[in-house]
Design a protein around this ligand. Structure first.
Ligand code: AN7
Length: 348
């Protein structure tokens, strides 16, 4: 059987006979039981490790469909703005599809690994002097004027493909979790999860929606604050977004699922990243650790009911942003190349 979400969820996606079936074998990512952290927090905790997708983030789920549909519609080029992961994914699928890809990034604010990806996949990479929100505005205008396919989440197929993550979770657990906790930047993913769960409820695969808990970084928390943020700032550069395109859909997702938005500080994010890696052996990028930071914060406030089954979405791989991780990881211990020096450190 061929792999990738256009195969595994063919029936649930808007495909036609003329849609090319691109695949980099995206999706089917592990749902990792996190027993040590779960016991500490008094919950049944899982991490949906979407950092194991082909380009290292959940974006591949939507990109494979968006690029396949763009090909079906005769597109000759792709364009997107990105905080990093969308550009890596667009560049990879553009390469696989054999069409050029233009990406607009906020200059100096994209993790090195993501930048390396977009470049090596052969995209035309433009560093825009301005933040993501400005870059997206430029990309939308250019797409309209030049007739290039935009593959940001304003492209409906992106969110459609991203629904696949919610289906995988339900298929594996046999039901919906009690809570689903995920980072929120441009607010597309939380909207996609909601639509995915609603669809599964409609066709009788699950009985009720999980509570959707959207976690933002304090310096880029328009949905928590209820107003746009002109100069978003956070160490979690993936979610350094002040004007989320899917804000309305995300608000609705939280409302219908009886969920909530909350924010965590950069310090809490980096601490959660270290905790996740050193307690469970899973390395996720800073934005992807906002959910764990949020869960820990709720536990400290006495707002985390015991015994819940909670899935947190680990949206991106930690290897994308070594500099972010090194802020908390510390430095190696340097020793002389002698067995005496080693023995001293080992203490035996
Ligand atoms: C690791 O790549 O917006 O709320 O341009 O890379 O759906 O935006 C990335 C977002 C969470 C937030 N985690 O998801 C981009 C971009 C990671 C991310 C998000 C992003 P949305």
């Amino acid at each position: 059987m061929k792999k990738g979400i256009l195969y595994s969820y063919e029936k649930f996606l808007p495909l036609t006979d003329r849609t090319p079936r691109l695949s980099l074998c995206e999706g089917d990512t592990p749902l990792i039981p996190m027993g040590r952290l779960g016991r500490e927090l008094g919950i049944d905790l899982f991490g949906k490790y979407d950092g194991l997708n082909p380009t290292g983030s959940f974006k591949d789920r939507g990109m494979v469909l968006a690029v396949s549909k763009a090909l079906e519609e005769g597109a000759k080029a792709l364009i997107c703005a990105s905080t990093g992961n969308t550009s890596a994914s667009a560049a990879a699928y553009g390469a696989a599809a054999g069409i050029p890809c233009f990406v607009l990034l906020p200059a100096g604010k994209v993790a090195r690994g993501k930048l390396a990806q977009a470049l090596i996949y052969g995209a035309k990479v433009l560093a825009v002097r301005g933040n993501f929100d400005i870059a997206l505005e430029l990309a939308r205008q250019a797409a309209k004027e030049k007739g290039i396919a935009i593959v940001n989440s304003v492209n409906q197929y992106r969110l459609y493909g991203q629904r696949s993550a919610s289906w995988e979770i339900c298929d594996e657990l046999g039901s919906a979790p009690d809570w689903l906790v995920l980072p929120v930047g441009n607010a597309g993913n939380i909207s996609a999860y909601c639509a995915g769960f609603e669809f599964y409820r409609e066709i009788g695969r699950i009985e009720q929606l999980p509570r959707l808990i959207g976690v933002q970084a304090e310096g880029a928390a328009p949905l928590v604050r209820g107003c746009e943020v002109d100069q978003p700032e956070t160490v979690a550069t993936a979610i350094r977004i002040g004007r989320p395109v899917s804000a309305d859909k995300a608000r609705r997702a939280v409302e219908v699922s009886n969920g909530q938005f909350l924010s965590v500080s950069d310090d809490e994010i980096l601490e959660a990243q270290k905790t996740l890696a050193s307690t469970e052996g899973v390395f996720a990028e800073p934005a992807s650790c906002a959910p764990l930071a949020g869960i820990i914060k709720l536990a400290r406030q006495g707002k985390l009911p015991r015994g819940l089954r909670i899935v947190m979405v680990l949206t991106g791989n930690g290897l994308k942003d070594p500099e972010g991780a090194m802020l908390r990881a510390g430095e190696p211990v340097e020793i002389e190349g002698t067995s005496a020096a080693l023995a001293e450190v080992l203490g035996q």
